[in-house]
Ligand binder design. Structure first.
Ligand SMILES: Cc1cc2nc3c(=O)[nH]c(=O)nc-3n(C[C@H](O)[C@H](O)[C@H](O)COP(=O)(O)OP(=O)(O)OC[C@H]3O[C@@H](n4cnc5c(N)ncnc54)[C@H](O)[C@@H]3O)c2cc1C
Ligand code: FES
Ligand code: FES
Length: 500
């Protein structure tokens, strides 16, 4: 179908088990899991929680990045089918290969799961296998900590994680030699052929899945359809469909727009395209300060970080998102685009009230510009949640202090989980301004002033009293750490040791 000079494709194209699949039967709200189980009848992939938490539905998506075939684990239950265009979709049903006796030869990670007793009831096993399969293709020989980090998004209620980690350590050497590795060149060629630069539009004017191929066509389509739901990783939107049972008739996916996920590391700032996933933005953001990297490592799981975007974390306006307090403390600038017009604002101005952001219908969050730290600026960030991994924050704190000749000349303190929006602690900041960094009497005043900054809520994550106490203690912790002069390198070592 032709529209003006732009070509519009009305079908999805992806790879399954080495074969090209083309389908125009794509409902806007159809998940990848439903496609696999209900349409392909590939039922090895399980449905557990249906909300991205348990990892039973993990599949691996291959795509070509900078000429390299990269596999990432994703939760098929909340990933929309339309978003896998141009990907190699690998499920647990594809791993074993026929052997010479007419039987099946298990994949090395499956065989190791058998030998190390990594499965009991077996319900979680396909998900673990797919996470390990993806790690098998990651080109690293993992240590136990790396394995634990990879499987943090897979929950097992009966086996326990040690045998599963043992299976990973025994089978993953950093060199992939399975059937997929053998057909890698063919896969790259097949995926490259799918990058046709065509906009995807499947459906009708009133119910569609669209995936524009350029930033200009993405911005134009969003502006033309202000009532459509913009979808990036769908790690929030997926749950509106699977848990809130909402019908979202018009979906516009940002993930195919070339350059929308671009990450640039400049001398003074880092620019993150709104479509960059946590995994893509990681190096650039963690390069600002190790604490940023440590918070990112604890956002959801590998699966969530492979799909979820920093842009989505800001756009959703959640008071408990992990990146906004850090971005506010770092004085980041937000870029918004509607049609051909782009405007910028200090990120803290974006969050107006609970559920209300300074974003017009049809306007995209298009990028974030994050200043790097100057020599006299010190940063700390802490995430407090009930579980260490794969949990939403009860309180999220970020601090940036500028210090000249021993005195605090600027203080930027921002918290999540303490108010209806991510919010700065202006009274505490004022108490610190102009004071000597090591003046403990001033620290006490700042801690006291914080009680005026926030009136937190009590909810299932924490009580109001707990939240305020924790926030005050985190301010004290940040001041102690900064005044004691721990540099970024020694903190990085500390973070790694604590994680062992
Ligand atoms: C299991 C699980 C664990 C999680 N853990 C964490 C956690 O530890 N910390 C945390 O902060 N969050 C967590 N989340 C929430 C979620 O992953 C993040 O908020 C994520 O950053 C959302 O990004 P996304 O790309 O998936 O957004 P989507 O779900 O695609 O969209 C979210 C919202 O933003 C809008 N939107 C998306 N992109 C744009 C854009 N470019 N312009 C305008 N609007 C846009 C959508 O319309 C929607 O309203 C978790 C979610 C799950 C399922
Ligand atoms: S079914 Fe639990 S993460 Fe998908
Ligand atoms: S083996 Fe039963 S849930 Fe993991």
């Amino acid at each position: 179908m032709k529209k003006g000079s732009d070509v519009i494709r009305n079908q999805l194209v992806f790879l399954r088990n080495g074969k090209r699949v083309e389908t125009s039967q794509v409902d806007a709200n159809e998940t990848l899991l439903d496609y696999l189980r209900l349409r392909e009848r590939a039922c090895g992939t399980k449905e557990g929680c249906n909300e991205g938490d348990c990892g039973a539905c993990t599949v691996s998506l291959g795509s070509v990045r900078d000429g390299r075939l990269v596999y990432e684990p994703v939760n098929a239950c909340i990933r929309l089918l339309g978003t896998v265009d141009g990907c190699d979709v690998v499920t647990v049903d594809d791993l074993a290969i026929p052997d010479q006796k007419g039987g099946e030869e298990l994949h090395p990670v499956q065989q190791a799961m058998v030998e190390h007793h990594g499965s009991q009831c077996g319900f979680c096993t396909p998900g673990f296998v797919m996470t390990l399969f993806t790690l098998y293709h990651a080109g690293v020989k993992p240590d136990r900590q790396t394995v634990n980090d990879w499987i943090a998004g897979n929950l097992c209620r009966c086996t326990g994680y040690r045998p599963i980690a043992d299976a990973a350590l025994a089978s993953i050497s950093g060199k992939a030699e399975d059937a997929l590795a053998k057909r890698r060149a063919r896969t790259v060629t097949a995926l490259a052929e799918m990058q046709d630069g065509e906009d995807i539009f499947i459906g009708t004017k009133t119910r569609f899945f669209a995936a524009p191929a350029s930033i200009a066509s993405l911005a134009a389509l969003c502006a033309k359809n202000p009532d459509a739901t913009i979808v990036s990783g769908a790690t929030d939107v997926g749950l509106w469909i699977t848990k809130q049972m909402r019908d979202l008739p018009k979906i516009i996916f940002t993930g195919r727009a070339v350059g929308f996920d671009e990450v640039n590391i400049g001398k003074d700032k880092v620019r993150i395209g709104a479509g960059a996933t946590y995994a893509q933005a990681w190096d650039a953001l963690a390069g600002i300060d190790p604490d940023v990297g440590e918070v990112l490592r604890r956002i959801g799981s590998r699966q969530v970080r492979a799909s979820g975007t920093v842009g989505g974390n800001v756009a959703n306006g959640s008071p408990i998102g992990d990146t906004p307090p850090m971005l506010i403390a770092l004085d980041a600038e937000l870029e918004l685009t509607k049609g051909a017009k782009t405007r910028t604002m200090a990120i803290e101005k974006f969050f107006i009230a609970y559920g209300k952001q300074d974003r017009a219908p049809g306007e995209l969050v298009s990028a974030l510009s994050v200043p790097r730290l100057k020599k006299n600026q010190h940063f700390r960030a802490y995430k407090i949640s009930k579980r260490f991994d794969q949990d939403i924050s009860a309180v999220m704190a970020a601090f940036r202090l500028t210090v000249e000749k021993g005195k605090v000349t600027e203080a930027r303190i921002a918290f999540g989980g303490m108010a209806a929006t991510p919010k700065r602690a202006s009274n505490a900041e004022e108490a610190l301004l102009g004071a000597r960094l090591d003046d403990e009497a001033v620290w006490a005043k700042a801690v006291e002033a914080m009680a005026q900054d926030y009136t937190p809520l009590t909810d299932m994550r924490a009580s109001a009293a707990y939240r305020l106490k924790v926030a005050q203690n985190l301010l004290m912790k940040a001041l102690h750490e900064i005044a004691s002069g721990n540099d970024a390198q020694s903190r990085l070592v500390g973070i790694r040791e604590a994680a062992q």
